[in-house]
Design a protein around this ligand. Sequence first.
Ligand SMILES: [Mg+2]
Length: 184
Amino acid sequence: MNKAIFLDRDGIILKNPGFINNPEQVELFHDIITFIKKAREMDYLVIVVTNQGGVGLGYITEDQLNNTHAEMLNQLEEGGAKIDAVYYCPYHPDAPDNYPDHAGWRKPNPGMLEGAAQAFVLDLSQCVMVGDMPSDVQAGYNAGCDLNVLVDRSLVETPYPHIEGYVVVADLADVATLIQMEDY
Ligand SMILES: [Mg+2]
């Protein structure tokens, strides 16, 4: 079986979080390319799992979203960083009639991670979830990931006592160090 690092999109890969509707708004974080290369050296697949409820809400179209992701992948590949797949959840609870079949994909639900696990034959107990929101690490926990890391780039200590089984770090270099220390 394979192992993967799941990456949230906004706040981890891309700056300007929110409903990006134009590829020109795509701007990578400075540390993401190095991190993805390191992840691949450690034999992890790299899979993006992103809530894009703006689609369900009608703020952005799937075409706009796909264009944004094409630009993101393009910028990453220019830096030599390969992504294996991008999963997104178009469902939003404020528009429950749109994409109802995807409700289970919306983090903190584990649906995207479980879908990826089937498609890529992943052992989720060997996988790592990296995000900047409680819903990210909760999704990883719900999926049974071995390590769930919340990246708090502002380093403002924000405890989330209702979330189980996660670690807080300051940046992606710390995530890589953590994984290497644990020697997965
Ligand atoms: Mg995020």
